[in-house]
Design a protein around this ligand. Structure first.
Ligand code: NDP
Ligand code: 2IT
Length: 444
């Protein structure tokens, strides 16, 4: 049996039922096959793939908290410290009812290669809880964040593990967790990123994932003789990534016609009005359906996804597996020429293969959404140096990082005879970087 198949089997046996994790490992290992084949003997001897797919540490803990009616609730919290070959564990915290070991293993595994692509000194990690922030009062969110941090603080630190936001965790939650971390440790240090601008946060961190996604999408389009200018763009989600992807795409001359949440999507043929979207989502914490109530040109489609709307470019920015094969077929018949993942693994495996087979340009999340964690790393270095960089400086660095990722992706794809396959390019480039560091650091 081939080495890769042996390792994949081992992952399935050691992590039963963890389908999201299995899928993520399979995608990476299959696309780095040419690299593995040329080093198979050495990798086997040092158990390189076996070590690569085994998280360095998994922490899980109980989170008791009291709601506004005085009732006690128990949730489960996690931190997966997957790989520290390139730096302290780095990655977001997700608060969502779907959170479980499989989803966090998949996200932390992906994060390891994404972080490598940024060129920054950060290893891979991810955490969170199966807590549903929807409908919770501000006090309940604070109580939950404080209880979560009362366990997590034991395992994190500026040179150890630096969490940030993800689904359900934005600046409010990071603020509450930072306050509790500081109270427990008596240290004012850069242990979380995405902090408020007056207490160690970096300019551009809020915008970074969405902006970075648009920067690399433009690179990919330009290489094919196209541009975002005058393109029709569909976006899913209406959270942090979606909002700033819409903002930057519109600034670059695209017309972004959709936004969504887990209840449905809005279609605004005149282009999504960002001030209205921000008011609904950032201030009122409301539902996307409110957009259609506030904007006469818009329609709301309950229980549906935006991929049925004809577009040039689609940017899925919500959650894993939100675009399946049927959606991909609709996109192709609607004229879509490019898909770039803002979310982590929003496009299913079969949908990805279909899009690629139809000649649709496809950029995987570990390359296209790396701008967020890249600016998190810039926040870490600003905290260490006790300096604050200007918006322009950080934005310029972000643009350079996204250009560099694009170059790494196309170069790796070319070197291994996979020109145009950006999934292979991103996986190979990230893999080579992590594996080189692991080899040089010995059997740990
Ligand atoms: P937010 O919590 O800010 O927003 C998430 C959005 O996705 C919400 O609009 C949410 O709607 C929607 N959503 C959730 N589940 C579904 C679903 N089943 N169908 C349709 N929409 C859904 O999260 P972020 O914007 O931070 O994260 C979005 C994605 O981007 C995630 O995959 C995350 O891992 C990834 N990412 C985030 C980064 C960051 O810096 N924040 C960096 C890199 C990647 P609802 O309110 O209904 O739940
Ligand atoms: O998926 C991701 O890259 C994030 N949620 C951001 C992680 C970070 O540490 O900024």
């Amino acid at each position: 049996m081939k080495y890769i198949e042996e390792v994949l089997n081992r992952v399935m046996i050691n992590n039963p039922g963890e389908t999201e994790f299995h899928t993520a490992v399979r995608e990476v290992l299959l696309s780095v096959e040419p690299v593995v084949l040329s080093h198979e003997k050495e990798y086997r001897e040092i158990q390189l793939l076996e070590r690569l797919v085994e998280p360095e540490r998994i922490i899980s803990f109980r989170i008791p908290w009291v709601d506004d009616a005085g009732r006690l609730h128990i949730n489960r919290g996690y931190r997966v410290q997957f790989n520290s070959a390139l730096g302290p564990y780095k990655g977001g915290l997700r608060f969502h009812p779907s959170v479980n070991q499989s989803i966090l293993n998949f996200l932390a595994f992906e994060q390891t290669f994404k972080n490598a692509l940024t060129g920054q000194a950060i290893g891979g990690g991810k955490g969170g809880a199966n807590f549903d922030p929807k409908g919770k009062s501000d006090r309940e969110i604070m109580a939950f964040c404080q209880s979560f941090m009362s366990e997590l603080f034991k395992y994190i630190g500026p040179n150890e593990d630096v969490p940030a936001g993800d689904i359900g965790v934005g600046s409010r939650e990071i603020g509450y967790m930072y306050g509790q971390y500081k109270r427990l440790t008596n240290q004012y240090e850069g242990t979380l990123t995405g902090k408020g601008l007056r207490y160690g946060g970096s300019l551009v961190r809020t915008e970074a994932t969405g902006y970075g996604l648009v920067y690399i999408t433009e690179e990919m389009l330009n290489a094919a003789g196209r541009t975002l200018k005058d393109s029709i763009v569909t976006v899913s989600g209406s959270g942090n990534v979606a909002i700033y992807a819409i903002e930057k795409a519109a600034a670059m001359g695209a017309r972004v016609v959709t936004a969504s949440d887990s209840d449905g999507y809005v279609y605004d043929p005149d282009g999504i009005k960002l001030d209205v979207l921000k008011e609904i989502k950032e201030e009122k914490r409301g539902r996307i359906s409110m957009y259609a109530d506030m904007v006469p040109s818009a329609g709301y489609f309950s229980g549906r996804k935006p991929w049925e709307v004809g577009c040039d470019v689609a940017l899925p920015c919500a959650i894993q597996y939100e675009m399946d094969l049927d959606d991909a077929k609709k996109l192709v018949s609607g004229g879509c020429i490019a898909v770039a993942e803002g979310a982590n693994m929003p496009v299913t495996e079969d949908a990805t293969m279909y899009l690629q087979s139809q000649g649709v340009l496809f950029m995987p999340g570990k390359a296209s959404n790396a701008g967020g964690v890249a600016v998190s790393a810039l926040e870490m270095s600003q905290n260490s140096m006790r300096i604050k960089k200007s918006f322009e400086e950080v934005d310029n660095q972000l643009q350079l990082i996204m250009k560099d990722i694009w170059q790494q992706v196309i170069t790796a794809a070319h070197d291994y005879g996979r020109d145009g396959n950006y999934v292979a390019g991103a996986n190979i480039a990230g893999f080579r970087c992590v594996v080189k560091a692991m080899r040089e650091q010995g059997w740990v």
